[in-house]
Design a binder for this molecule. Structure first.
Ligand SMILES: [Zn+2]
Length: 189
């Protein structure tokens, strides 16, 4: 796992299914810290070869694929960033390399697959690292922290509540930290 500051911000991908939605105020979450790249490395050498699935060819070790899904995300993220992982690489990593990949990276990949890419910020609380995951047009901020294992919690910054009332240990300190890390704007269309 290798972390460094992202040079570019990816734009939020918000799709309005209803025009009335688009006319409402748009919620914008502004991070005060710099979003980071999150790279997966130290994959085992044995997977450094080409695998075929239909017309697509992928190399898990190099995190490369020829499919369209891959090409789209590759334009947005650094080589080896987990947000480049397409369905072919995802299936391979989950089925054959899950034990080789950092558990936090596995959690992030699962979240990315289910809900699309988010920006990440690394932070610390009482000397312990944790991560914020967020999309700028969403009120929900994910917190990835290590409580014996890496777990994701979600906090709604507008409604000031934890998803399903499940909060991390010392949740008040997390909420305080979170308020210092983000400001909110709403923009009228
Ligand atoms: Zn692919």
């Amino acid at each position: 796992m290798l972390l460094r500051s992202r040079r570019t911000f990816s734009k939020p991908h918000k799709v309005f299914t209803d025009l009335r939605e688009a006319e409402k105020e748009i919620f914008i979450l502004n991070p005060l810290g710099a979003p980071i790249d999150f790279l997966i490395n130290n994959l085992p050498d044995w997977c450094n070869k080409e695998y075929k699935r239909g017309n697509d060819v992928y190399n898990p070790f190099k995190m490369l694929c020829t499919c369209e899904e891959y090409r789209e995300s590759a334009g947005e993220y650094e080589p080896m960033d987990y947000r480049r992982v397409c369905r072919h690489l995802y299936a391979f990593y989950m089925q054959r390399l899950k034990k080789d990949i950092n558990p936090l990276a596995v959690l992030l990949m699962e979240q990315n697959k289910k809900h699309g890419p988010e920006e990440l910020i690394r932070a610390e609380l009482s000397g312990k690292e944790f991560y914020y995951g967020f999309q700028r047009t969403s009120e929900w901020i994910n917190i990835y922290c290590n409580e014996n294992q890496w777990i994701r919690f979600s906090y709604n910054i507008a409604q000031k509540r934890w998803s399903e009332n499940i909060a991390p240990k010392n949740n008040e300190a997390f909420v305080e930290a979170l308020k210092k890390c983000f400001t909110i704007n709403t923009k009228s269309k």
